[in-house]
Design a protein around this ligand. Structure first.
Ligand SMILES: NC(=O)c1ccc[n+]([C@@H]2O[C@H](COP(=O)([O-])OP(=O)(O)OC[C@H]3O[C@@H](n4cnc5c(N)ncnc54)[C@H](O)[C@@H]3O)[C@@H](O)[C@H]2O)c1
Length: 374
């Protein structure tokens, strides 16, 4: 059994979600590698203290620099708003710490390239929080595509719609300031769809996109009579070409009335089709054109043993997993890669490629031109 001392930075929603995953990982995956919740930092002392007490971190601080410089800590986990991801990750890697960072990896592609260079040169393990890729059913889809049974991918149609900002009276938050989050729906939501497209179909070569701000001002949470500007996209839409010749399109709206967790895709293949939506995360629809003509139609495949790590949770098919389980799988992979001293599948280089597409979409929206991924 190997213990890994974890320093968590950011004690908000994702800080709680990651802490829960550290608490669950050994129940599901056994005690081959055991995370020790050593320290938590948050600029908000109440958040840091509350998280430390609730999840049993040994100490807390308001200074993230104490965590990255702490000789005891082996893994720095970053769950702060986007602007601080790379500065913290690079400092941690320079101190020889492994880094696990929430998405989107960076504010810009250039920053992501730099952070990737720093972690790779430091020789530390890096991991990025694209947890939807960790749904075991996505490993099945990836294997199905790679098998060639459905032919070649022709078209990836993806989306991520939610209605969490549908009410124009909903208060402003850091996600709407460019200084904290370079993009809006694009980095917050569509980055997840991009991670799935990249994981399942391949790297993207060029994009053509548009963005739109629908609600330009929102009440200041501290003084609701005052309005603050919404500086980044509520809606983003973009077309693209993969390097392997397939084409694609992704749509995302953070004000999409009625859509709660509509992260999904339809992958149209030369000899079949695959349809998935996160609102039914335990199933995928598969169409095989080779089926008997009289029986051609979409078939529902429920999550089952043989799909990724599903069997570590349950021995029988269709006993459903949830969002928190994806994070537990993500934490397991991160810890296992550290112990085995090998790169994570969803590492900074993977997160960097997503950032390169995000930057290209923003540039395309600005210039109204197709933009090649550099
Ligand atoms: N993978 C997912 O499904 C998912 C879901 C939600 C959020 N996220 C990502 O997680 C990150 C955090 O989002 P959230 O929803 O938890 O936000 P949040 O606002 O709930 O929490 C952020 C926390 O970070 C703290 N913080 C801010 N700046 C800090 C700094 N410099 N040092 C230390 N603490 C600091 C804040 O005080 C707050 O407690 C974002 O990058 C977001 O994109 C990922």
């Amino acid at each position: 059994m190997k213990k890994i001392k974890v320093g968590l930075i950011g004690a908000g929603f994702m800080g709680r979600t990651h802490s829960n995953a550290y608490k669950s990982v050994n129940n599901i995956f056994g005690d081959e590698v055991v995370p020790e919740l050593t320290a938590v930092a948050d600029i908000n002392a109440d958040n840091a203290k509350a998280l430390a007490e609730r999840y049993g971190f040994q100490r807390w601080t308001t200074e993230w620099k104490e965590i990255v410089a702490d000789p005891e800590i082996e893994l720095v986990d970053i769950t702060t708003p986007n602007a601080s991801h790379c500065p913290i990750a690079m400092e941690a890697a320079r101190h020889g710490k492994h880094v696990y960072c929430e998405k989107p990896l960076a504010m810009t592609a250039a920053e992501a390239v730099e952070a990737t260079r720093v972690v790779e040169e430091a020789g530390v393990v890096s991991s990025v929080g694209f947890n939807y890729v960790r749904n075991p059913i996505q490993q099945y889809v990836r294997e199905l595509i790679a098998s060639g049974e459905l032919g070649e991918a022709v078209n990836f149609r993806g989306m991520y719609d939610q209605d969490y900002y549908n009410d124009p009276e909903q208060k402003h938050e850091w996600r709407m300031f460019k200084s904290a989050s370079a993009s809006g729906a694009l980095g917050d939501l569509a980055s997840h769809t991009l991670s799935l497209s990249q994981y399942l179909v391949g790297d993207i070569a060029e994009v053509c996109g548009m963005t739109k701000i629908v609600v330009p001002e929102r009440p200041d949470p501290k003084e609701p009579s005052k309005l603050l500007p919404v500086e980044n996209d509520d809606v983003v839409q973009f077309l693209f070409n993969f390097r392997n010749g397939a084409c694609g399109a992704i749509f995302s709206n953070r004000l999409a009335a009625g859509r709660k967790m509509s992260l999904g895709y339809e992958i149209q293949m030369t000899n079949g089709c695959i349809v998935y939506n996160q609102e039914n995360q335990n199933q995928v629809q598969i169409y095989r054109h080779d089926d008997d003509k009289r029986e051609r139609g979409f078939k529902t495949v429920l999550i089952a043993p043989g799909h990724g790590e599903y069997e570590r949770f349950f021995g029988g098919a269709g006993i459903c997993l949830g969002y928190a389980d994806q994070k537990t799988i993500e934490v397991y992979h991160t810890l296992k890669c550290i112990v085995e001293n090998r790169p994570c599948e969803i590492d900074f280089r993977f997160g960097m490629k997503v950032m390169q597409v995000i930057d290209a979409v923003l540039e395309s929206a600005e210039t109204r031109q197709w933009v090649a991924i550099r």
